[in-house]
Design a protein around this ligand. Structure first.
Ligand SMILES: *Cc1c(COP(=O)(O)O)cnc(C)c1O
Length: 954
């Protein structure tokens, strides 16, 4: 029976949860947490935590927050302002078909896209296998021995190739030769990277202008940007005679038909796997690759997946060698690559699994065949088609007709490439259809049908591929979609991502990546726009980039922003180059000293090194703050040559330092600029602005604070905000302003993931963003309070508060119980958690960052697990548990541990179901503890042999 009360309207608005989407704790949970901390209100906690001297005065005000539906409508309208034509522009970006099974089950699947970088191998076996497949695919296609997974884009990969060549070459020359057939954006990046390091770039025709004795290396594009397919073996041998290194930039699809770079003698191959199923997305993200000869593997930048064994001797994957290169080598690091393009590398590897070698070859052949057909039609019309032999790209000299034909093509809904003032470039791809060819012919004044031509190969016989590729069984599995779906599912099930539990990784801000924010990125009007289309076809993108940029300026207190850098580390590099250019413009060519505290993230000194700066390390005092006396002394000592300082705020120790304004003033007084690393913006948005505190430039990790998912180690976006005086020195790009200093292949970096950050800002509104910051601080302080007594929180403010993260000390357990930070991290896996950031910025500690997204229940589950681990250590301390044979040392436990003999001095129940672990939904680590040393000693970086694949390859 209903009562009258059922017919009265309530105040409850069903969709009024704009802020609750991102904010985990409910109002009552927040009240309970504040009570634990002893505060009446959230604002009282914030007032006690964020120093008044840095608080921003004006709230973030840009109108009310949008609902989910309003935001999606806005995204739809914005998408519709992009004009989706067929782009045959090529130049490194090609149409491709993402197999739907990969789009839905990987790109649109939080089990894949919310995962973290696989530093904890036991909970990352799925993505590590996919990445090993990627490396195997790249090695096979390039004919080289070892490949990494992955680099940011083809142009940065070329720059990394050059830098690596300089390191390993016997030649002592200081010049690098660049094939004029490289893509223009690749040439631009090579110039950017070479200039501060004092290397000369020589651009020319390698067959006419290359003097191998004058260079430490050379790069050739294969096929060239205008289509040439040329054998560079002779040039490579000449380089080798002079102790110089050969880099080949190769299109992996072309390599299905062409002799591999390895077979031509190349030392290094680089390129991009975009056309293996990853949409162009107005420039990115896509995975670039690098493959090298075995002798150079230890000098290769980026991440390398290898095969090792676990404590039972079973096969297990892990990141090998230079896993955390910058953190270990710091200013001596050779590359600053941190976030890479893991999700996209996974997609490309699955594309190869999906198609297999025959499928890839068939796609390559079909692309070539279409291109020959197109050329035949154009020749019939009387045009001269260059070059004689080509794969998928041709260049047509059309003289004064250039603009007319380009315009006529656009009228046929096709974009062609403008080359100089008289030529047109055309690149065909997997998506090109007969109607596409016919439209191009019409644009050139021809009325043909594809059946009018009988194409034959136009590839040089001597360069046809004879070696096999993708021979491993993984590329020969039964590709019924049921099997593909299950393979993808099996791999993701091995991993622990945000769709299962919180990932409390200090500094990495693993927050919610809301579904509504993710939806637009696969809409064709965002995904299928070539980065070099005419501006009027990308109005939606331009509008979004402008509006998001303005919002980020408001949030940070900067005046201008560059969206070009496609990772935080690239942002650092771009920001330092901006500072450098500013000094040079002021005549201060000599200013090259960069002050960096010892606590800085490893990418900071690595980026400074790449920008040609001299790193001077500044001490950190016992309480974790910058040592002001040392800072002042060093700034004074190097005043004449001071370029800048790099500081992180709140500090990497998770504290709002009171003296940050003073730090900025000291640097300015000594003629330097302030670079504030913005990775910790999640503690500041709406409360404090770097620009107000005195900083001149910062990068923002949109894949941390602004909700772009980590993708298992990328993609990311690292735009930089600057004060007005630095704005003229922001990176240019050959395809937009023709300016110098490009740091990414595409003018707006990985533009296609910007809808995520933009919709986050729109759905939160200024008020919601500020609330998120406050709750992030509340959650961190709550964890610190709950763990009190069990673990010491290493750094706190004078008032006893932490910022948005806290570092807990596990070092005392080493002496008292023989328990290492590793043991704690691995035991957390049994409890169903990804470990916090381990041993950074202080060895032997854990840095916990819960973010605002986690509910009190989830925080409590994590704290319960941490407290139980402390009790297990206590049992060891008190002699109730064995020092070597205990649940901490034997963690993680697998299903294998449950069957067969059990002779351990603790129960299976205790082993597998410690506090925190779910019973029904228990996460089972697929391997026991992985042996790191074994993996580095016995380096295997491609898929292991068939026997090991009993399950996967059936
Ligand atoms: C994550 C991080 C970086 C590097 O960002 P990437 O996007 O991984 O290159 C730099 N500094 C700090 C403090 C960070 O936490």
């Amino acid at each position: 029976m209903t009562t009258a009360a059922d017919f009265t309207f309530t105040d409850y608005k069903p969709y009024d949860f704009a802020n609750r989407r991102h904010i985990g704790p409910s109002p009552s949970e927040m009240a309970a947490m504040l009570a634990v901390l002893g505060y009446e209100s959230l604002d009282a906690l914030i007032d006690d935590t964020v120093p008044p001297s840095i608080r921003q005065t004006e709230p973030l005000a840009w109108g009310p927050a949008m609902t989910e539906r309003e935001a999606l409508d806005t995204m739809r309208e914005t998408a519709n302002r992009n004009r989706k034509l067929v782009s045959l522009i090529g130049q490194g970006y090609y149409g491709t078909i993402t197999p739907p099974v990969i789009q839905r089950n990987i790109l649109e699947n939080p089990a894949w896209y919310t995962a973290y970088t696989p530093y904890q191998p036991e909970i990352s076996q799925g993505r590590l296998e996919a990445l090993l497949n990627y490396q195997t695919m790249v090695c096979d296609l390039t004919g080289l021995d070892v490949a990494n997974a992955s680099l940011l884009d083809e142009a940065t990969a070329a720059a990394e190739g050059m830098a690596m060549a300089e390191r390993v070459a016997k030649s002592k020359a200081t010049a690098f030769f660049v094939d004029e057939n490289c893509h223009p954006q690749t040439i631009a990046l090579l110039k950017t990277r070479a200039e501060p390091l004092g290397w000369t770039i020589v651009i020319g025709d390698p067959f006419a202008d290359l003097d191998p004795a004058a260079v430490f290396g050379a790069i050739f594009q294969y096929p060239g940007t205008y289509g040439h397919v040329r054998d560079v073996s002779g040039l490579i041998s000449n380089l080798h005679v002079q102790g110089a290194i050969a880099v080949v930039a190769a299109d992996p699809l072309a390599l299905a038909l062409l002799k591999s770079p390895g077979d031509m003698g190349a030392d290094i191959a680089i390129g991009c796997t975009q056309r293996f199923g990853v949409p162009v997305g107005y420039g990115g993200p896509h995975a670039a690759y690098m493959a090298v000869k075995d002798v150079y593997k230890r000098s290769m930048p980026g991440r390398l997946v290898g095969v090792s064994v676990d404590s039972r001797g079973n096969r297990a994957y892990r990141l090998s060698l230079q896993t955390r290169e910058q953190h270990i080598r710091r200013e001596k690091a050779t590359s600053n690559i941190c976030t890479a393009q893991v999700l996209l590398a996974v997609m490309a590897s699955m594309y190869a699994v999906f198609h297999g070698p025959q499928g890839i070859k068939a796609i390559a052949q079909s692309v070539h065949q279409k291109t020959v057909r197109l050329a035949m039609g154009l020749e019939k019309l009387g045009y001269t088609v260059e070059p004689d032999v080509f794969f998928d790209t041709i260049t047509v000299d059309v003289g004064r007709l250039q603009s007319v034909i380009l315009k006529s093509a656009v009228a046929q809904e096709v974009n062609l490439r403008r080359i100089g003032t008289t030529k047109i470039g055309i690149s065909l791809d997997e998506r090109s259809r007969p109607v596409t060819l016919e439209a191009v012919w019409r644009a050139f004044g021809g009325d043909f049908q594809v059946a009018d031509f009988e194409p034959g190969y136009r590839l040089p016989k001597s360069l046809l591929r004879t070696s096999e590729y993708l021979t491993h069984p993984i590329f020969h599995m039964n590709r019924a979609e049921s099997e593909m779906t299950r393979y993808i599912r099996r791999l993701s099930d091995r991993d622990l991502a945000l769709d299962r539990s919180m990932i409390p990784l200090g500094s990495c801000t693993m927050k919610l990546n809301a579904t509504a924010e993710m939806l637009p990125i696969t809409w064709p009007e965002f995904a299928e726009i070539h980065p070099f289309v005419p501006v009027d076809q990308a109005e939606g993108y331009r509008h979004m980039i402008t509006d998001l940029g303005e919002k980020l300026c408001t949030i940070t207190g900067y005046d201008a922003i560059s969206m070009q850098p496609n990772s935080g580390a690239q942002g650092e590099y771009a920001g330092l180059l901006t500072i450098r250019a500013y000094h040079i413009a002021n005549g201060d060519v000599h200013r090259d000293v960069c002050l960096i505290p010892t606590s800085a993230h490893g990418t900071n000194p690595a980026s400074a090194q790449m920008a040609g700066m001299k790193v001077v390390v500044v001490k950190v005092s016992d309480n974790g703050d910058i040592d002001m006396a040392d800072f002042r002394a060093k700034a004074g000592q190097y005043a004449a040559n001071l370029s800048c300082c790099m500081i992180t705020y709140p500090s990497t120790h998770g504290v709002f330092e009171e003296n940050v304004r003073e730090v900025c003033e000291i640097v300015h007084q000594n003629g330097g600029q302030v670079y504030m690393d913005g990775a910790n913006m999640n503690a500041m948005v709406g409360l404090a602005r770097p620009g107000d505190i005195g900083s001149d430039v910062s990068h923002l990790n949109l894949h941390k604070t602004f909700c772009i998912p980590h993708g298992g180690g990328g993609p990311g976006m690292g735009p930089i905000g600057v004060k007005a005086h630095l704005a003229p020195y922001l990176p240019g790009h050959p395809e937009t302003d023709g300016g110098d200093g490009a740091v990414s292949a595409a003018p707006f970096g990985s533009a296609s993931i910007l809808p995520i950050s933009w919709s986050y800002c729109l759905m939160m509104g200024g008020e919601g963003l500020t609330q998120a910051t406050k709750v992030a601080i509340l959650n961190a302080n709550y964890i610190a309070a709950r763990l009190k007594g069990a673990y010491e929180v290493l750094y706190k403010s004078a008032r006893g508060r932490v910022a948005h993260e806290c570092i807990i000390d596990t070092r005392p357990l080493v002496d008292s119980a023989g328990v290492t930070v590793d043991d704690v991290a691995k035991r957390l896996i049994d409890c169903g958690f990804h470990a916090p950031t381990m041993s950074w910025p202080v060895a032997g500690t854990l840095m916990i960052e819960p973010t605002e997204s986690e509910t009190k229940a989830e925080l409590d589950r994590f704290c319960d697990a941490m407290l139980a681990i402390r009790e297990e250590a206590r049992a060891i301390e008190e002699g109730r548990m064995d020092r070597t044979n205990n649940p901490l040392k034997n963690a993680p436990h697998t299903v294998e541990d449950l069957v067969g003999e059990w002779d351990r001095p603790y129960s299976r129940e205790q082993a597998c179901f410690p506090p925190g672990a779910f019973r029904v939904d228990k996460y089972w680590s697929p391997v026991n503890r992985v042996d790191n040393v074994y993996g580095d000693r016995n380096l295997v970086c491609t898929c292991p042999p068939l026997e090991d694949y009993a399950e996967a390859a059936e």
